[in-house]
Design a protein around this ligand. Structure first.
Ligand SMILES: Nc1ncnc2c1ncn2[C@@H]1O[C@H](COP(=O)(O)OP(=O)(O)OP(=O)(O)O)[C@@H](O)[C@H]1O
Length: 323
């Protein structure tokens, strides 16, 4: 059986005393569209830089397509099987789109260049300086996939793409997945994870807070029940086994997230005058906010802890040029 696309054990990176990521452990099988979701500053880019060998970990290991990162000679060869879309693609301004792709072709190959350009056309004869943000992003997509990589690591890859091109890109990713390509899709956009990925890892404050199949995540996330009542509400009345979350909204309505049956809720509501009642599916936003809220509290507790390696000197981005 092929080694996992990405296998991470205890991966940790501190920038001086600033936590980039801590103790990430994660195994991503081949041929999956894997979402990596987190808010700004959560540690997504740090993880990607570590996985590509641009940054050295403070602790821990990662194996990419079966090659351990620390085996630098072997990893050089493995790099040719990886595509990368950085968060803010930078190309030489004074070079045309075509010459830019020629350059990357010499490094890693370009057997799929024409096919990709048909799908994601860019003004090839223009200097990159004159490219719009969206065209630069399409150039980055073509560059990342044209050597037919086995694994593509993407950091916010749809930035600047118009909605039609975004949809085209999602379709393209599904087709790539069906061909067996593995995709590590880092983003802060919840809907793209829901629409495109099979599994998601959620990162917050440098730590993984969940790794789960999207369908499972949504299935066990319950439904949102909103109750309007003129009666004074006692929140503890609604904190039964099926309740995932209970709160009183600023407008005075009761908002519950409930998983399971509604028997207890119906019993309790019998004691209230109910003027409106709504039950709806949990939006993926609610599911993720639930994780974010929980980890916010954890993070508060953790802030009192000493950083991992307080004496390590501060580090600036030490990225090497992308192949
Ligand atoms: N070169 C650096 N030097 C010092 N601290 C850094 C450096 N790069 C990242 N950090 C810090 O590490 C943490 C994680 O940052 P990172 O850029 O990995 O997050 P991110 O999830 O990619 O965020 P964004 O979506 O905003 O790019 C943040 O606290 C950030 O300030």
């Amino acid at each position: 059986m092929a080694a996992p696309a990405i296998d991470i054990h205890g991966l940790t990176k501190y920038y001086g005393d600033v936590r980039g990521v801590e103790d990430l452990t994660l195994s991503i099988p081949r041929g999956e569209l894997f979402g990596f979701l987190g808010p700004n500053g959560a540690g997504k880019s740090t993880t990607i830089r570590l996985l590509l060998g641009f940054l050295a970990p403070t602790e821990g290991t990662a194996t990419i397509l079966g090659t351990p990162l620390e085996d630098t000679a072997a990893f050089q060869a493995t790099r040719a099987k990886i595509g990368h879309i950085p968060s803010d693609p930078q190309f030489y301004d004074d070079v045309t789109g075509k010459k830019t792709l020629d350059y990357f072709a010499r490094l890693s190959g370009d057997e799929r260049r024409d096919e990709l350009l048909e799908r994601f056309p860019v003004p090839l004869d223009r200097h990159v300086r004159a490219f719009s943000r969206g065209n630069k992003q399409k150039l980055a997509i073509v560059q990342a996939f044209m050597h037919d990589p086995e694994l593509v690591i993407m950091d916010e890859p749809t930035t600047g793409l118009d909605p039609l091109v975004q949809q085209e890109f999602y379709d393209f990713l599904r087709e790539e997945r069906d061909r067996g390509v593995s995709v590590f899709f880092s983003t802060h956009i919840l809907s793209e994870v829901r629409d495109v990925c099979e599994q998601v890892a959620i990162i917050r404050d440098g730590r993984l807070v969940a790794v789960e199949a999207i369908d499972d995540l949504l299935a066990r996330s319950g439904k949102v029940v909103t109750v309007q009542t003129p009666d004074p509400l006692t929140l503890s009345d609604f904190e039964f086994e099926e309740t995932i979350d209970a709160r009183i909204e600023p407008d005075g309505s009761l908002r519950l997230v409930i998983s399971g049956n509604y028997d207890r809720l119906v019993d309790v509501l019998d004691g209230y005058h109910v003027t409106d009642l709504e039950v709806r599916e949990t939006a993926i936003e609610d599911v993720f906010m639930h994780f974010y809220d929980d980890t916010e509290r954890d993070a508060e507790t953790d802030r009192s802890h000493e950083p991992h390696e307080p004496n390590e000197p501060p580090e600036v981005a030490d990225e090497v040029p992308d192949a």
